[in-house]
Design a binder for this molecule. Structure first.
Ligand SMILES: [Zn+2]
Length: 283
């Protein structure tokens, strides 16, 4: 099962209070807004069942259900469940918990979330009507979840790319198992990123010091070819010969290899002096 289906499956099994059941029904209806009617269209039998179960919980009139063949070659079933909104009006006023329930219903109906194992993080809710978009925007705001907004064909799309915000959406909607799974992936990924950054920095340093060593060796070989190596001061000759013998050694290693050990900065200065002499001879 995909991460999104797991999350949705978890949400369709939550037990909720009556006030939340009403709010969730409203969230579930966000995809096909029509005045006076709560209506859900979905290809998921589990989500259609969720609508029926919530409607039953709040003692509403029995919703009407129809099943048709969806568009497209695969011809999946399309479930449509309708409930007159006034069947709910005698219910008590919605509480604070209900914004979360509304988000849960909206996510079930029009939401998707990408598998955190694959690519970047992405959660979105695509709403086809301006009224629905307004309600969703308010609910997100009230729950402290900041989503980005874009328009795609005839839909208003709220989307989240930040791992932390996706985590807080999952938590708000009540998908605690999926939240844990998501956070596991996030922890592993952030550790991997840290290790990669360290390795990259190390590789860059290594490449730089190899390039420098090659340059030093070439300078020494040029001096040698011109017979100028023997004319260098003894302390420079010593370092030059060592560099030729140990082309891959670091400056610190070269320093330790000298009969009288030197610090890497001293070795570095001497090699720079040799390079300067080589430049003088060549120009
Ligand atoms: Zn509630």
């Amino acid at each position: 099962m995909s991460f999104a289906s797991e999350a949705k499956s978890e949400l369709t099994h939550l037990e909720v209070a009556d006030c939340c059941a009403i709010a969730e029904l409203q969230g579930l209806s966000i995809g096909s807004f029509s005045v006076g009617t709560l209506r859900l269209r979905t290809e998921s039998a589990a989500i259609a069942r969720r609508f029926l179960q919530l409607a039953g919980q709040v003692g509403a009139l029995r919703p009407t259900v129809s099943v048709t063949r969806g568009a497209g070659a695969r011809g999946r079933h399309l479930y449509q469940v309708c409930l007159p909104e006034d069947a709910l009006t005698h219910r008590k006023r919605a509480g604070r918990c209900d914004r979360r329930a509304f988000l849960r219903g909206a996510f079930l109906a029009v939401g998707s979330v990408s598998d955190p194992h694959v690519g970047g993080y992405h959660l979105e809710l695509a709403v086809p009507t301006a009224q629905g978009a307004k309600r969703l925007e308010n609910a997100l705001k009230a729950c402290g979840i900041s989503a980005h907004l874009t328009h795609r064909r005839n839909e208003v799309v709220f989307y989240i790319k930040e791992g932390e915000t996706i985590a807080s959406f999952l938590q708000t909607a009540g998908a605690s198992h999926s939240l844990l799974a998501f956070e596991d992936v996030r922890i592993v990924r952030s550790m991997k990123n840290r290790v990669n950054r360290l390795v990259n920095a190390e590789t860059a340093n290594l490449e730089k010091s190899i390039a420098v060593a090659v340059r030093q060796r070439e300078a020494i070989e040029r001096l040698d070819a011109m017979g100028a190596l023997g004319g260098l001061p003894a302390k420079l000759q010593e370092v030059a010969r060592l560099r030729l013998r140990y082309p891959e050694a670091t400056l610190a290693e070269l320093g330790r290899l000298l009969p009288q050990p030197l610090s890497k900065s001293t070795v570095g200065r001497r090699l720079a002096a040799i390079e300067a002499v080589a430049r003088d001879h060549t120009s």
